[in-house]
Design a protein around this ligand. Sequence first.
Ligand SMILES: [Mg+2]
Length: 123
Amino acid sequence: MSKKPNIIVAEDEEYNFALIRIIFEKEGMNILWAKNGEEAIEILNKNETIDLILMDIKMPVMNGLDATRIIKKINNNIPVIALTAYALPEDRAICMDAGCDEFITKPINRADLIKTAYKWLDQ
Ligand SMILES: [Mg+2]
């Protein structure tokens, strides 16, 4: 990938966001922070070139599931990676039903996050 990928990171907890930002910026990625699902949609609507969305599920105002459903109606081609503290098999199914392309669990694992991001950026 020649240009810097633009990634929306939807995460309400500042500490988690800061951690994700450090990981992605070391990879040369451009990060846009959304603090809830509504902000993720606003950022998406203002930016023509969003390459990937990392979506926390539990957020105030609008959660990650509702945001993903709307985002996939706006643009079905942008990959959405769900990020959640839940780890039950049915939670994975709920995320996929909402339109998420992949599911990773907290606590954030640097290697997993990078591997998953590149998997979807390269498509
Ligand atoms: Mg959260």
